[in-house]
Design a protein around this ligand. Sequence first.
Ligand SMILES: [Zn+2]
Length: 266
Amino acid sequence: MSEIEKEYSRRYREKHHDEILERARIFRSNNKGKIKKYSKKYYDKSKDKYSAYGKKYREEHKEQEKARLHKYFLENKDKVLSRNKKYTIENMEKVKARQKKYDIEHLKEKQEYRKKYNILHKEKRNKQIAEWQKTHKEQIRNNKREWRHTPRGRSLSLASDYERRARLKKTSDGSAEKWMAEKLLLEQQGQTFICEYCKKEFIMKGNRNFEHKIALDNGGPNIRSNLCISCPPCNNQKYLKSPAEWDEYRVKYLGHVLEEKPANGL
Ligand SMILES: [Zn+2]
C-alpha cells in the first residue's frame, strides 16, 4: 500500500468510524458459528504459544496474579465454589489421585501445619473432637478393632502391650496389684462401681476400667495413689491427657464438676 493509499484509508476510517463498527457488529452477529469455529481453529493451532506466553506472564507477575485471583474469588465466591464443587464431583478419581500425590509429597509440611493449627486453635479443636467422639462411638470402636487386625496394628499393639507390662512391673510397689485384686473380687460378687470422673455408676469389666491418673505412657507409676476406677467413655476420652489437661477438658466439654481436693492432696 502506498503512502497515499494509507492516508486515504485512514481518512476513510475516521470519517466512517461508526458505520464501520456497525458493519462489523452485524457481520459478527450473522457469522457467529463461523467466527467461533475459526477462533477455535486458530487457538488450537497456536495453543502452545498462548499457554507458554500465559505461563511466562504469570511467573513474571506472581504477586499481581495472586491478588487478581483473590479479588476474583472474593467477587465471585459462590460461582467459584459451585464450579469447584461441580468439577470435584465430575472428576472425583482425578482429584483424589492428585490429592494423594500432593499429600505424599508434602507430608512433613502438612504435619507441621496441622500441629501449629491445633496449638493455635486448641479450644476449637478439642470441642470438635469431643463432639465427633460423641456422635461416632460405634465407628471409633469398629475402626480400633479393624486396626488391631491389620499387620501393623497387631504388631504395634503387641509391642505396646509388652512395653506396658514391662513398665507396670518396673514401677510397681505391690500396692496397685493388691488394690486391684480387691476391686476385682468385689466385681465378681456383683458390685457396681462409681466412675471417679463422671460419678456415674457402672458395671466393671475386668481390669479394663482401672485408670492410671498419670498415664503409664507419660511415666506414671503403677501404684495405688496413681490409680482410680473410671467408666469406658471417660477412660477413652482421657487417654493420654495429663490430670490437669483432663480436668480442663472434662469441665469444658463434658460438663463435669471438679470436687474439692482434701488438704493432703490425695
Ligand atoms: Zn465416667
